[in-house]
Design a protein around this ligand. Structure first.
Ligand code: ATP
Ligand code: MG
Length: 420
C-alpha cells in the first residue's frame, strides 16, 4: 500500500479531474460507495472460484460477527447501491465511481494491495451502441490524458448456453494436457476452464494460444451484437484487435469484453478493462437489466503519465510572500488575503516562521512560484511591496500594495475579480 506524496499528488489530481470532465461529457454522474461490503456480495458477484474471492480479499468479522470485506472492485457495490436505492428498475443510468480497492496480491510494479480505480457503469441499455459509446469514451480519455498509442482488444463471450458448450470444449482440450497444466489451471479445469485462458503463467501461453476459440461457439444473437459493435467502432475510426482469449470467467458476464493495453509498463500493461454483464442485476435480486461498464487502474495510468513526463511537475504556488521582521509579518497576512480575494484561484504561500531574506528567498525558489512578493520594514512603512519574477533576471521592483494584484494578474495572464 503506497503513500501518494505531495510531489505526485498534483499529477493524480490533474488526471482525476481530466477523467471526470470526460465522464461528464457523456452524461455520467458520480455515485459514492462504501469501502466495506458484506463478503457475500463479492462471493455472489465474482464467484467463489475467482482469484479475488479465493485468495485476494481482505475479509474480517465485525463486532456483530458479520463477515465484511474491503472492496476489491466497484461493480458489485454499485449494483447493490443501485438496487437498494431504486436507481435501476426500468431506467437508464450512467454512473461513475472512484476510490481505493483492496486485493491481497503479490506486490510488484503495477500491482499493489491498495490501488485506485475509476469505474463507469451504464444500466438499462442492451444494444451494441452503448458498448461502442463507452469504448469511444475511454478512447477520448487517453487522448485527453495524452497517453499516446494504446491497444484496444475486444472479444465476445456470447450468452450463457453457448458458453456452457464452449466450456466443455475447453475442458476436453485442456484435459488432454492435464499433466502440463500449472496448479491453478488444473484446479480451474473442473470448476471454470474459461479462467485458464486468463492465466498469467508464461508456461501456459502456448497451450492457451492453440485452445478452441470462443468466437466459433457464439450464439447468433451475440454474433450479431459483436458484428454491429465492430461496425460502430470502424465507423467511429477506433482501431481494435480481436483477442479470442480475452475473457471474464464469470457467468453473468456476456457478449462484449474489452481491454486497453500498453506495452510500455511491462507485464502489468492493462490500464482499463470492461465488458457487458447483463445477468448481474438479476443475480442480485433485481429485474433483468442490461449493463456494461469498465474500470481503469489509476496507478498504471499515473505510471504511464510519468513515463511520458506529462500532467505533473506543478509547484505548490504562483506567488510566494517573503516577510522579514515583525511589522512585515503583521502586514503579510492581510496582504495575502486581499490578493486571494482579488485573484480567484491564485495559489499564494506566505513564508511563516521567521528568518532573514536569504533563507526566505531560498524557500521561494523551492516553492516553484513565478513571483516573489517581498515585505520588509521599509516596504511596510512606505505602503509598497517588492515584486520579483523568479525565472527572469529582471530586478526587484517596488509596487504600491494597492497595485500589486493588477501586476500579478498581468504576469500570470489571469483576470482580476470584477469590482462590485
Ligand atoms: P489483472 O489481470 O492485471 O490481474 P484484473 O483482471 O484483476 O487485472 P480488473 O479487476 O479488471 O483487473 O481491474 C481493472 C483494472 O484495475 C486493471 O486493468 C488494472 O489496471 C487495475 N488493477 C487491478 N488489480 C490491480 C492491482 N492489484 N494494483 C494496481 N492496479 C490494479
Ligand atoms: Mg487480478
Amino acid at each position: 500500500m503506497k503513500d501518494i506524496l505531495p510531489e505526485d499528488s498534483g499529477r493524480w489530481r490533474w488526471m482525476e479531474e481530466t477523467v471526470h470532465s470526460v465522464l461528464s461529457a457523456y452524461g455520467y454522474r458520480e455515485i459514492r460507495l462504501p469501502i466495506v461490503e458484506h463478503t457475500g456480495l463479492y462471493a455472489r458477484s465474482l464467484g467463489s472460484d475467482s482469484d479475488i474471492v479465493e485468495k485476494e480479499m481482505y475479509t474480517f468479522l465485525d463486532r456483530n460477527g458479520d463477515s465484511l470485506s474491503l472492496r476489491p472492485e466497484g461493480t458489485a457495490g454499485c449494483v447493490r447501491a443501485g438496487l437498494e436505492n431504486g436507481l435501476l428498475y426500468n431506467q437508464i443510468q450512467r454512473l461513475w465511481y472512484a476510490g481505493p480497492m483492496f486485493r491481497h496480491e503479490r506486490p510488484q510494479k503495477g500491482r499493489y494491495r491498495q490501488f485506485h480505480q475509476i469505474g463507469a457503469e451504464a444500466f438499462g441499455m442492451a444494444g451494441p451502441d452503448i458498448d461502442a459509446e463507452i469504448i469511444a469514451l475511454t478512447a477520448r480519455l487517453w487522448r485527453a490524458l495524452g497517453l499516446g498509442a494504446l491497444r484496444l482488444e475486444v472479444n465476445s463471450l456470447g450468452d450463457a448456453p453457448a458458453r456452457a458448450v464452449y466450456r466443455e470444449a475447453l475442458r476436453n482440450y485442456f484435459g488432454r494436457y492435464e499433466s502440463s497444466l500449472d496448479e491453478d489451471s488444473r484446479r480451474r479445469l473442473d470448476r471454470n476452464p474459461l479462467r485458464i485462458l486468463d492465466s498469467k503463467e508464461p508456461g501456459m501461453q502456448p497451450l492457451i494460444a492453440d485452445a478452441p476459440r470462443l468466437v466459433e461457439y457464439l450464439d447468433p444473437g451475440s454474433a450479431e451484437h459483436f458484428r454491429v459493435l465492430r461496425d460502430l467502432l470502424d465507423e467511429a475510426g477506433i482501431a481494435y484487435v480481436i483477442n479470442p482469449t480475452l475473457v471474464r470467467g464469470l457467468d453473468y458476464y456476456n457478449r462484449t469484453v474489452f481491454e486497453w493495453i500498453t506495452d510500455r509498463l511491462g507485464a502489468q500493461g492493462t490500464l482499463c478493462a470492461g465488458g457487458r454483464y447483463d445477468g448481474l442485476v438479476e443475480c442480485f435480486g433485481g429485474a433483468p437489466t442490461p449493463a456494461v461498464g469498465f474500470a481503469m487502474g489509476l496507478e498504471r495510468i499515473v505510471a504511464l503519465l510519468e513515463a511520458g513526463g506529462d500532467g505533473g511537475g506543478e509547484g505548490a504556488c504562483d506567488v510566494f510572500v517573503i516577510a522579514v521582521g515583525e511589522e512585515a509579518v503583521r502586514a503579510a497576512l492581510p496582504l495575502g488575503e486581499s490578493l486571494r480575494d482579488a485573484l480567484p484561484g491564485l495559489r499564494l504561500s506566505t513564508h511563516c516562521g521567521g528568518g532573514g531574506f536569504k533563507a526566505q528567498f531560498r524557500r521561494a525558489d523551492k516553492s516553484g512560484a513565478r513571483i516573489a512578493v517581498i515585505l520588509g520594514a521599509d516596504e511596510v512603512r512606505q505602503g509598497v511591496a517588492g515584486m520579483k519574477l523568479m525565472y527572469e533576471t529582471s530586478k526587484q521592483e517596488s509596487v504600491g500594495q494597492g497595485d500589486l494584484a493588477g501586476h500579478i494578474a498581468r504576469v500570470l495572464g489571469r483576470p482580476l475579480k470584477e469590482q462590485a
